[in-house]
Ligand binder design. Structure first.
Ligand SMILES: Nc1nc2c(ncn2[C@@H]2O[C@H](COP(=O)(O)OP(=O)(O)OP(=O)(O)O)[C@@H](O)[C@H]2O)c(=O)[nH]1
Ligand SMILES: [Mg+2]
Length: 324
């Protein structure tokens, strides 16, 4: 590792303060870089920070646009920093890969939390990465942990694959719902409900009766999907109601998982899935960019189209071509 990068590692691992904050931002920028010459440096950086990572509580927060995720995270984050914790918030915006830029920049301002010295907030780009929407977020999380943030919260909007990705990198995955959620259970994506470790009915202040109805309906719906149904809570992120109860609940969940070994198993599975996801994505890229494959592909495709070659035969022949 060169001296500049070593200094960067030292600053990330160093005492909290403006210098560390700058170093974290710089490290994350290096990890997010798509320049080929940056990758080996980023890899060395990541490995140097790895032994100091992994100690944080990793919390995922998802839910439909506008359900109040950012408001909720800000209220929770303020509660936690006031209790002495250091909180990092990483936000994934799957739409940034479509719009080409992060529109989240505006939305995740979290004005009160972002100015707190024990908080660090960063939107993650979701664009064009090998391993799916959240590849960079995983790496950024490790940097934040190495810098001593003991709580990392990942926000993602309930769109596309980002929920699966976030559930796959956190210890506890919280799903936010609106008070009318129970009226239209069909609309709630089953897969997401299956991933939830805790469900929060936010904006309970708007209609208390509806929130209580939703709580009952969601509780019975979850019983059908889960062997151990996740707790369902009510909150008002706006009024900062239900935030402490939420935190107590998720801490109990995580402590239980830690004691039973489930937390370690979950993290091992997540690490392996992360590794295999990147291997598969890397192999696909390598295959598609292989000169021999590119040369043969149009002819092979035409043969398959014309029914001259079976798709399975074409696949085998192309794979043979790409053999190193
Ligand atoms: N009444 C009420 N309004 C809330 C509550 N929580 C959030 N809001 C409002 O709902 C709107 C959306 O809140 P956000 O926190 O930006 O929602 P989000 O889920 O992060 O939205 P995206 O990032 O766009 O997906 C804002 O106007 C908030 O003030 C709540 O508990 N009660
Ligand atoms: Mg938001």
């Amino acid at each position: 590792m060169n001296a500049t990068d070593q200094a960067l590692v030292d600053a990330v691992l160093g005492p909290p303060g403006p210098a560390q904050r700058r170093a974290v931002a710089k490290a994350v920028t290096l990890l997010e870089s798509s320049r080929d010459d940056h990758r080996p440096r980023a890899d060395a950086l990541l490995n140097a920070l790895l032994p100091s990572s992994g100690k944080a509580f990793r919390l995922g927060v998802s839910g439909v646009p506008g359900v109040g995720k950012s408001t909720f995270i800000e209220a929770l984050g303020l509660h936690l920093v006031e209790a002495g914790h250091r909180v990092a918030v990483l936000a994934i915006d799957p739409s940034s890969s479509l719009s080409g830029g992060s529109i989240l920049g505006d939305k995740t301002r979290m004005e009160r939390l972002s100015v707190h010295e024990r908080a660090y907030i960063r939107p993650s780009p979701a664009s064009g990465t090998l391993g799916g929407v959240a590849e960079k977020t995983r790496e950024s999380m490790l940097v934040c942990e190495a810098a001593g943030h003991d709580i990392v919260i990942v926000e993602t909007v309930g769109v596309g694959q980002s929920e699966t990705a976030v559930a796959g990198m956190t210890d506890v995955f919280a799903l936010l719902q609106l008070p009318n959620a129970g009226d239209d259970l069909q609309a709630i994506k089953r897969g997401v409900m299956e991933m939830a470790d805790v469900v929060v009915i936010n904006k309970a202040d708007i209609d208390a009766a509806a929130a209580t109805r939703a709580e009952a309906q969601l509780t019975s719906a979850l019983r059908l999907l889960h062997r151990k149904p996740p707790p369902v809570l009510q909150a008002s992120a706006l009024n900062e109601d239900g935030i402490e109860a939420f935190w107590r609940t998720v801490c109990e969940l995580r402590e239980g998982d830690d004691a039973s070994g489930a937390l370690q198993r979950r993290r091992h599975e997540q690490d392996r899935a992360w590794m295999w996801g990147l291997i598969e994505a890397g192999l696909r890229t390598r295959f598609r960019t292989d000169a021999r494959v590119r040369e043969a592909l149009p002819r092979m495709t035409a043969d398959v189209d014309a029914g001259r070659v079976a798709p399975s035969v074409a696949a085998r022949q192309l794979l043979d071509l790409a053999r190193p």
